[in-house]
Design a protein around this ligand. Sequence first.
Ligand SMILES: [Zn+2]
Ligand SMILES: [Zn+2]
Length: 182
Amino acid sequence: MIYNVASLLTGSLGDSEQYEIENERILIDGRSIKEINGSVRLMRTDASVLVSGDFESIMHDSCVRCLEPATVDVNVTMEEEFSPTNANLMGDISSTPAEEYYLYDPALVIDEQNSLDLTLGLGQALLSALPIAILCKEDCLGICPICTVNRNTIECSCVKSSVDPRWAGLAGLIEKGAESVD
Ligand SMILES: [Zn+2]
Ligand SMILES: [Zn+2]
């Protein structure tokens, strides 16, 4: 997902190029986002290259409730401006002093070879689109906190008991106390 945008930078305002992304994969923050598909449009603006596109992907993780493997669909619409290191190529429209590059997100900078690398910017966009809680299924029953079985596969008796077994002993003591008063 690296595109040479030299011709866009030296071209005219509004010039654009379209690319298809098929079955790509991005590793970011220790997570692997796979089967990334979509199309991306690169358009020259006055001082940058505007990247826009719609992407679909999937990610494998563990369900937060039952800890079993879960697959989530991650879809995102991305629209970001990438700033060129060689701003001089864009003519006298743009002249960003070199020191200002510190202000840019490194994921959104076109390098000295005029390569626009979409990987990090798209990875960040996909990560931000992840659900906060990843579930194997919407109605996952999770793990029983008492006997630790996966309640999606085994129906344990703990859930039916009104008294938490951890307090059963205490309940017995209270009964004894009541008897001794008599
Ligand atoms: Zn689950
Ligand atoms: Zn249980």
